[in-house]
Design a protein around this ligand. Structure first.
Ligand SMILES: Cc1cc2nc3c(=O)[nH]c(=O)nc-3n(C[C@H](O)[C@H](O)[C@H](O)COP(=O)(O)OP(=O)(O)OC[C@H]3O[C@@H](n4cnc5c(N)ncnc54)[C@H](O)[C@@H]3O)c2cc1C
Ligand code: SF4
Length: 554
């Protein structure tokens, strides 16, 4: 059907209200205010900045550990410690430790490795931090639209000129229902992609305009739970990082346990999506993690409050796409601004948003939003502490391609050589290429959990607050489902059934035929399937705005 769309024009359109997008909006509004107050020409207006967020409210899709290095926030809001609403910065880090887990024992490292030292950092609720930033953005007069997803980019020449938001009110066959509302055509001089890891628009832009760097992006997948535990189990501000069990040493990943105020605990596990065993189940591994004596003694008698999962871009400097095109910039996790050695990206997301704001401000003042003008952004990144921090770990993640021990060896060499190590640049391959064929191995029995300490995936999804309109087109677009039933089942045992932390994918037998069943309304928007499917036939596209998890307090 031909759809008539309402057109709106903005100076700047930011897709994604995470730390990167909101920092960009807020800083840009302040630059504009200063410029107007000092009689700068042309007169600009914060009302011409639009921010789109697919979550049902700002912060609903924010999931992070989250120990924040305050460096970025301190530049954006110098008095953040005083002005942040109570509970936003949950607690300063008071102590940290690192452990190697075997199944029954926890071996404490004699000293905490420097990347895992957290003194001076804060344990935060990213959900609350982002809500606060969202409020500040609105106070500046910026138009912040929640429950709207950027569904398609508007391409113009070599660049971009805005987005089309998703159509609302289509049924599962794509037919208009009574409440059908066409998506808007939002045009902007500059469109900023701040979609977080594996952004759907960013993926399209990077592939169409061939913006990939030396290495493809590689990802980890993090699963997190928030617990309330009996008093005295863990000090607020104590952060523990763990390596080893239940992950085997061919894998890269680890766990964390952070003490929060009011007897709450943030715990989780991140696993690199480059493992060999296509039947590996990250959710099950995390559930087992909680049965380790070190973790269990903290949680026992407590209760699960929230659950969530999300991916993390691990590739670092050499996986950073070109971040500018005519009329467009890419920032935050979407642009690989994350230090995977420290598992920290919030500070860089904020800083990259501020540098993008400076670039856009200059471009708007000069009236030139071409790629040439916007190429000032990567130059600003080069001159900033983002470059220094990422450059020192530029080969870090690649060093773990052959397992934990080889990785620790490379890390040590890189540490003494300013990140160079044995080979520089170290190359990497897309993670899904690492799967080995199942060679007739039987499917493992699905993990059920005991219902108090460990849970099955559906119980966890319930605790993620996930909700979607059921009667809408499936947002997990599988290009050819016959591959699932004919090839994937034999070759890799349908890994989507195992890597999805929300029980979305099931292979079911109907009338003797195997077919893929997609329970799309469980989806927590982690993007793992888009990344880890071995045939790259799954395309995650945004569902109707407002759908997805609600990571309240996470
Ligand atoms: C498990 C885990 C643990 C982590 N731990 C830490 C930690 O301890 N410390 C730390 O500093 N960092 C940590 N990080 C990383 C940190 O969370 C990210 O680096 C940071 O959130 C990136 O910010 P961002 O704004 O780029 O993206 P995001 O925070 O992902 O925000 C992107 C926003 O864009 C929205 N969006 C996406 N696509 C669209 C679209 N098409 N239309 C509209 N809206 C869209 C999303 O809903 C989301 O709200 C962790 C990440 C994970 C997953
Ligand atoms: S369907 Fe994909 S994006 Fe959604 S929860 Fe499962 S793996 Fe994550």
């Amino acid at each position: 059907m031909t759809i008539q769309r309402e057109q709106l024009e903005a100076d700047v359109l930011i897709v994604g209200a995470g730390p990167a997008g909101l920092a960009c909006a807020l800083y840009l509004a302040r630059l504009i205010k200063q410029h107007n107050q000092t009689g700068g020409k042309p007169v600009l207006s914060a009302e011409n900045i639009y921010v789109l967020e697919k979550g049902r409210e700002v912060g609903a899709h924010q999931l992070s550990g989250a120990v924040m290095d305050p460096r970025g926030l301190a530049e954006l809001i110098p008095d953040f410690e005083k002005s942040a609403p109570p509970g936003t910065l949950d607690t300063p880090v008071t102590d940290d430790a690192a452990y190697f887990f075997t199944e029954r024992r926890a071996w404490k490292f004699p000293i905490t490795p420097p990347p895992l030292r957290n003194h001076g950092n804060y344990v935060v609720s990213l959900n609350k931090l982002v809500k606060w930033l969202g409020g500040l953005v609105e106070q500046e007069g910026i138009n912040l639209f929640t429950q709207f997803a950027g569904a398609q980019l508007i391409y113009e020449g070599e660049g971009i000129a805005g987005v089309i938001t998703e159509d609302k009110g289509l049924d599962k066959d794509g037919k208009a229902k009574d409440n059908f509302t066409p998506g808007y055509e939002l045009r902007a001089k500059v469109t900023v992609l701040a979609e977080g890891p594996r952004g759907s628009l960013t993926k399209d832009l990077v592939s169409r305009r061939k913006l990939d760097n030396l290495n493809p992006q590689v990802y980890g997948m993090g699963i997190k739970e928030l617990w309330e535990v009996p008093a005295g189990r863990i000090d607020p501000g104590f952060t523990a990082h763990t390596l080893g069990w239940p992950l085997d040493t061919s894998m890269y990943g680890g766990g964390w346990v952070y003490g929060l105020r009011e007897n709450r605990v943030s715990l989780g596990m991140v696993v690199s999506l480059e493992y060999h065993n296509s039947l590996f189940d990250p959710h099950e591994a995390f559930q087992k993690y909680k049965t380790h004596p070190f973790v269990k003694q903290i949680l026992e008698g407590g209760k699960l409050v929230r659950y969530g999962a999300k991916t993390v871009p691990y590739g670092g400097w050499y996986s950073m796409p070109r971040t500018y095109v005519d009329g467009g910039l890419i920032i935050g996790d979407s642009a690989s601004f994350l230090n995977s050695q420290r598992l920290k990206g919030i500070h860089m997301a904020i800083k990259s948003g501020m540098l993008a704001a400076e670039t856009i401000f200059e471009a708007l003042c000069s009236g030139d939003v071409s790629a040439k003008a916007l190429s000032a952004f990567p130059k600003k990144v080069e001159a900033s502490w983002i470059k220094k921090e990422l450059w020192e770990v530029r080969n870090f993640h690649q060093g773990y391609a052959h397992g934990l021990y080889a990785g620790l060896f490379h890390t040590a060499l890189q540490f003494v050589s300013g990140g160079r190590g044995l080979i520089d640049p170290m190359r990497t391959k897309p993670g899904y290429e690492a799967y080995q064929r199942i060679d007739g191995r039987a499917a493992p029995e699905r993990f059920k959990g005991d219902g108090t300490l460990t849970f099955d995936r559906l119980t966890d999804v319930y605790h993620s607050g996930t909700r979607h309109e059921e009667d809408q087109p499936c947002h997990l677009v599988v290009a050819d489902t016959s591959i699932c039933a004919d090839r994937c089942v034999r070759e890799y045992g349908n890994p989507c059934q195992y890597f999805c932390p929300a029980a979305v994918y099931e292979m079911v037998k109907e009338k003797g035929e195997l077919r893929l069943k997609i329970n799309a309304s469980n989806c927590v928007h982690c993007k793992t399937c888009d990344i880890a499917d071995p045939y790259q036939i799954i395309n995650w596209v945004p569902p109707e705005g407002g759908g997805g998890p609600n990571y309240e307090g996470m």
